[in-house]
Design a binder for this molecule. Structure first.
Ligand code: ADP
Ligand code: MG
Length: 703
């Protein structure tokens, strides 16, 4: 047990945050840096030298020996290259600890081994990491010692984005500019900056490390590729919000402590729907910081789990038949003086600015549903979206009764005159207080739900970076704001024009609003009637990136160039193919070397039993029947295995790109399913002692 501590004392103790900067930097340097952080002013090298020196001194006091530019290439995880602070030895034989402004601002990792999707030929290996001073540096303590981590963007020699952060920062600029235009129209002259705020809720599974290590599928792919359902699953709903077991509680305590130290405001934690599934949510932060923090959360969960003899599974679907994990990306837009543009107030019908913002968002989501869908696509999420545990693959917006009513009034009469009230929730127990009820219930089945003063994009995969979804959200909303401002800035009568525009947007994009059950089959039909896209898989979602519509928008707001979008699409196809290839090969390996041999051994012992029973003159019906059944499934498995080998080899020989990724999706994945089916049936009937790996029950109920 670690010592008791006061959260307020340790919070942010390993972060080079505003307080530390104010304390340690000369006044002028601090001011210049703030200007850079807040207004994007360029930082001169002399100032950077001073900051670097102070940052180094501070980090060394925290025990740091190395520094690293911490960046987010298109591998989905973060990357780092550690350099120690030591200088060349002096004539005296001693060394100095140095860190220059140049080293702080710019790094040059060899970029040739990171995915670039053809943006950069391998001989142009140069890639640059550039300090992102809007996300604070921090010291991380782990087995490697203590390291000063400097959040950075990662670009090619020509300035093309090779990472997740660069486009995110660009999209934040876009929404800042367009939001400022919009609020100025409504008479706001004081706010200087508008930023998207993001609070991601992270779901994850914990399993025992020893059992994990007995499953090659978990080791290589992060999910189980075989596995029969245990007698008990999640049907009793006894795990959701259930009492947290001691082993897990100890883990959560350590996770919180580590996160608080690096300034991540881990706030809520609870058990999730599936056995062994949990959730952690931080308090929201500026989009850019929230993305970095979410990476820290994922890394911390993994690291601390290992210390507790467990493994943290971030995969979207670790267990078939059991709810998988996602990430709810809560998103709002806030001014620097604290006004949330998504706050409807008590009487939304009177809040014209809010209604404009809301209808702009409806327009954005409707027009770019394909891009939003794509932003949530990763190989793991293919198992969840549309599978009645996560939102369907159809993008729709949940507004709730109150706002939908306001919208209906606007559309039918052109005028909204009242807002539904929440009223009182009567508990019927005299000793319990009557609670004030929200004007709107919640909807767990909607991919994009309005939740009071923010939208919750509920489709994102648990393992994915949230940068992509936020780039899309920021940019599509910036575009809608920009188009609205183009109209309104030139209007003769602003009041009439804004009223007409709200009505127009509400009418034209009402089709994307859906308050009902998103998991139902009726919705799928209804959505089709409404003409909403239903993009079922990652490979079918990727083309959205490079449509003329998408390229025009991203180029207009300087978030992506066409070349950058094309390269991203290439990388996604490649990543998908690689992921499925690894899964197929792992299945082949497990089936050939573990499962089929184990079943053969089992059939042999069954056959021996039949002989022995017969010799003893007893009835062998039961044993013979079982032997027939097992042998039949074994033959089926062997045949499916052979087919999977042929198909996977064929896929691997294809040229990288869309056609290959589609082949993996439409041919290799079904061949994997065909192998899995007989194997899972075998697991149900073969002696547990003979089965070569821990079962779902062992993994989920014995953590
Ligand atoms: P639930 O599970 O009910 O959706 P949680 O409390 O687990 O809610 O998570 C809500 C998330 O929304 C938190 O991460 C929180 O910080 C975030 N959030 C709250 N207000 C805002 C806001 N204005 N903008 C963005 N995120 C927000
Ligand atoms: Mg949520």
């Amino acid at each position: 047990m670690s010592e008791a501590f006061n959260v307020a004392d340790i919070f942010g103790e390993d972060v080079f945050n505003d307080t530390v900067m104010q304390e340690r930097l000369p006044k002028k340097v601090y001011k210049d840096l703030k200007k850079t952080i807040e207004e994007g002013k360029e930082l001169d090298l002399a100032t950077a030298d001073v900051i670097a020196h102070e940052m180094k001194e501070w980090a060394i006091e925290k025990g740091a020996t190395h520094y690293t530019h911490w960046f987010q290439p298109l591998t989905g995880v973060t990357a780092e290259k550690h350099d120690s602070f030591i200088s060349a030895p002096l004539p005296s034989g001693k060394i100095l600890m140095t860190f220059s402004g140049k080293e702080l601002i710019k790094g040059e990792p060899d970029a040739s081994s990171f995915p670039s999707g053809g943006l950069r030929a391998t001989f142009e290996a140069r890639g640059y990491t550039a300090w992102d001073c809007t996300s604070p540096a921090f010291v991380r303590h782990d087995a490697a010692g203590s390291t000063l981590c400097i959040p950075t963007a990662f670009c090619s020699y020509k300035g093309e984005a090779l990472d997740q952060k660069t486009p995110l920062l660009r999209s934040m600029q876009a929404i800042n500019e367009q939001s400022l235009r919009l609020i100025r129209l409504f008479g706001n002259t004081t706010s200087k900056k508008v930023t998207p705020s993001v609070g991601p809720e992270q779901e994850y599974f914990l399993v025992d490390a020893e059992k994990f290590l007995q499953r090659k599928d978990l080791i290589y792919t992060g999910r189980t590729l075989f596995g029969a359902m245990p007698p008990k699953g999640q049907e009793l709903d006894d795990h959701y919000f259930g009492t947290i077991r001691q082993r897990i509680a100890g883990f959560m305590k350590d996770v919180n402590e580590e996160l608080w130290k690096v300034g991540v405001s881990a706030k809520t934690q609870h058990n999730e729907v599936a056995p062994a599934q949990h959730e952690l949510a931080p308090i929201y932060a500026e989009a850019n910081v929230a993305v970095d923090h979410n990476h820290l959360v994922m890394q911390t969960l993994k690291r601390v789990a290992c210390r507790h003899g467990m493994k943290c599974l971030l995969h979207e679907k670790p267990f078939a038949g059991v709810n998988g994990s996602g990430k709810h990306n809560n998103w709002s837009i806030t001014t620097d003086d604290g006004k949330n543009l998504l706050d409807p107030g008590k009487t939304p019908h009177e809040n014209v600015q809010f209604l404009l913002v809301l209808t702009c968002i409806l327009k954005a989501v409707d027009e770019h549903a394909d891009l939003l869908r794509e932003s949530a696509a990763d190989p793991g999420n293919d198992h969840r979206l549309g599978a009645n545990e996560a939102p369907p693959a159809i993008i729709s917006v949940f507004l709730g009764e109150q706002l939908e009513d306001v919208l209906d009034q606007l559309i039918s009469t052109g005028e909204a005159t009242h807002s539904l009230k929440g009223g009182k929730l009567e508990t019927g127990v005299s000793t319990l207080p009557d609670l004030a009820k929200d004007a709107t219930d919640r909807n767990r089945t909607s991919p994009f739900a309005f939740t009071g003063n923010k939208f919750e994009f509920r489709m994102v995969g648990s393992r994915d970076s949230i940068a992509g979804p936020n780039v899309v959200l920021n940019t599509i909303v910036a575009e809608a704001f920009s188009e609205a401002c183009d109209v309104l800035e030139n209007a003769e009568d602003f009041d009439v024009a804004v009223h007409d525009l709200i009505k127009k947007y509400a009418t034209e994009h009402q089709r994307v609003v859906f308050n009902g059950n998103g998991y139902s089959d009726e919705w799928i039909e209804e959505a089709e009637r409404r003409g909403l896209p239903n993009i079922k898989s990652m490979v079918e979602a990727i083309p959205a990136l490079t449509t003329d519509k998408s390229v025009a928008m991203f180029e207009k707001f300087k978030v992506f160039t066409r070349a950058e979008l094309e390269s991203r699409a290439e990388i996604k196809y490649e990543n998908y193919s690689k992921a499925i290839n690894i899964e197929a090969r792992t299945m082949i390996d497990m089936a050939s070397k573990q499962i089929i041999p184990a079943v053969i051994k089992y059939t042999k012992s069954l056959a021996d039993t039949v002989v022995a029973v017969k010799e003893a003159g007893a009835d062998t019906t039961v044993q013979s029947d079982l032997l027939t059944e097992v042998s039949g499934l074994l033959a089926e498995a062997k045949k499916a295995l052979n087919e999977l080998i042929v198909i996977t080899d064929k896929a691997a020989e294809m040229e990288e790109g869309e056609a290959q990724a589609r082949y993996y999706h439409f041919d290799v994945v079904p061949a994997m399913d065909a192998l899995r089916a007989p194997v899972d049936k075998l697991e149900m009937i073969v002696d547990k002692e003979a089965w070569p790996m821990p079962s779902y029950g062992d993994l989920m109920f014995e953590v």
